[in-house]
Design a protein around this ligand. Structure first.
Ligand code: CA
Length: 413
């Protein structure tokens, strides 16, 4: 497929991708839905107003209405956009007035939150990550808790503090318990990232009516990169018996472009073999993992670039997205358009593929050298964490762009 605009070689956004996001053009204050192609953003409301799309979902300042419309509409819009943007079609290419109104350079726009996120859930679906954490904090011989291989463990996170890439992250303060001493209050000392992918949902289910695993994919709109910022020292003291709370609620960063399941279809693959066999409500058909390369870089303050500290892949995840969604709703819990369900830290089998500093530095015992001569056990003030992802095969590249965030010092007092 060839687009009528130039796509730079190695671009994350060829005509086969067409991710969705929400942007504000320079000189405007109104967010509007768009798609990315090469170095451009295309204003979808402008196309809708001009009658080139027969939808009525893009006048909104979020993508929730589009997410609610469901897979047949998602597929039709994708096919229509691929046609409109292709070199073979003159409808948009030859309409100079519309083109100049609808096309914006990505470098000229501000990306904002793509959806109004009603609920955010975070899973814990990497066996390697759960095993590493269990080994460090409990017992190497029984690293996985007894439930882990039977259900996708997760917790309900905080939607209000999910922020778009580029948002600065304030080091949180909280209660910790150093060693055998009494609890103390102060800035988090063990600030960490977690490399994850998350998916946005739609149309969702009525309260009381579970989404079956067979229908789960019809309720999954697409993926973003997720950095689940984590305060390890706060987490360690607070998490028993109800799980993560303040250690996770201060910020979660997402990449601005939502890459659809349709764009990622060529990269579907089998996940790890599941033993024991899942219960019937978690037993679907087909391969629902995805071969997506992921990496994390840390850029110390004042450095020109980032040092890559982790290379992982989404296919390592033990529990897949259909199992996560079926499990989440099996009680009848209602999923709504624009909910965000994140994978959990994506760690692979080797040390360079661990998706958090906790694992990479093995709880601080193995500092990671940086190219500026410093080293990291956890994150320092001024560090910028950058995550990137792309699926690659036979010359096709479906990229995610990146999610980044810089650490600001804790508030005083
Ligand atoms: Ca997490």
């Amino acid at each position: 497929m060839t687009a009528f605009v130039d796509i730079p070689s190695g671009s994350d956004f060829p005509l086969e991708n067409l991710p969705y996001g929400v942007f504000i053009p320079s000189g405007s204050d109104r967010p509007r839905p768009g798609t990315a192609i090469g170095d451009w953003v295309v204003d979808l409301h402008a196309l809708e107003e001009a009658g080139l799309l027969d939808t009525a979902v893009f006048s909104s300042t979020t993508l929730n209405n589009f997410m609610a419309a469901g897979r047949p509409v998602w597929k039709a819009v994708r096919a229509r956009l691929q046609h409109l943007l292709s070199a073979d079609s003159g409808e948009l290419r030859d309409n100079e007035t519309l083109r100049s109104a609808a096309f914006h350079r990505q470098s000229d726009v501000t990306m904002v939150m793509p959806a109004d996120i009603g609920d955010y859930t975070d899973f814990y679906s990497s066996r390697e990550h759960a095993t590493n954490v269990g080994t460090m904090f409990r017992d190497p011989d029984n690293a996985l808790l007894p439930n882990w291989l039977h259900l996708p463990v997760g917790y309900h996170g905080r939607a209000s503090s999910v922020v778009i890439s580029g948002t600065d992250i304030r080091r949180p303060q909280g209660q910790t318990k150093p060693g055998d001493g009494p609890p103390v209050f102060g800035p988090c000392r063990l600030l960490d990232f977690e490399l994850e992918l998350g998916f946005f949902t739609g149309p969702g289910n009525e309260l009381g009516q579970p989404i079956t695993i067979q229908n789960a994919a019809d309720h999954i709109f697409g993926f973003v990169l997720v950095n689940d910022w984590s305060a390890r020292d706060i987490q360690k003291w607070e998490y028993v018996p109800l799980g993560p709370f303040l250690a996770k609620n201060f910020a979660t960063s997402i990449s601005p472009w939502i890459v659809t399941l349709d764009a990622l279809e060529p990269f579907r693959c089998a996940g790890p073999a599941q033993d024991p066999e899942p219960l019937p409500y978690l037993k679907g058909s087909g391969d629902w993992s995805y071969d997506i390369d992921l990496e994390v870089g840390i850029q110390p303050e004042g450095s020109a670039g980032d040092d890559v500290v982790c290379r992982s892949n989404f296919r390592y995840m033990y529990w897949n997205i259909c199992q996560q969604l079926a499990h989440h709703s099996v009680t009848g819990c209602n999923i709504r358009p624009g909910d965000l369900l994140a994978s959990g830290t994506i760690s692979g089998p080797d040390k360079g593929s661990y998706g958090s500093m906790l694992e990479l530095s093995w709880r601080g015992t193995n500092p990671i050298p940086m190219s500026d001569g410093s080293e990291r056990k956890f994150l320092q003030d001024g560090d910028t964490v950058v995550m990137r992802g792309a699926a690659k095969k036979d010359g096709l590249r479906i990229g995610f762009g990146e999610v980044s965030g810089r650490i600001l010092p804790a508030h005083k007092g």
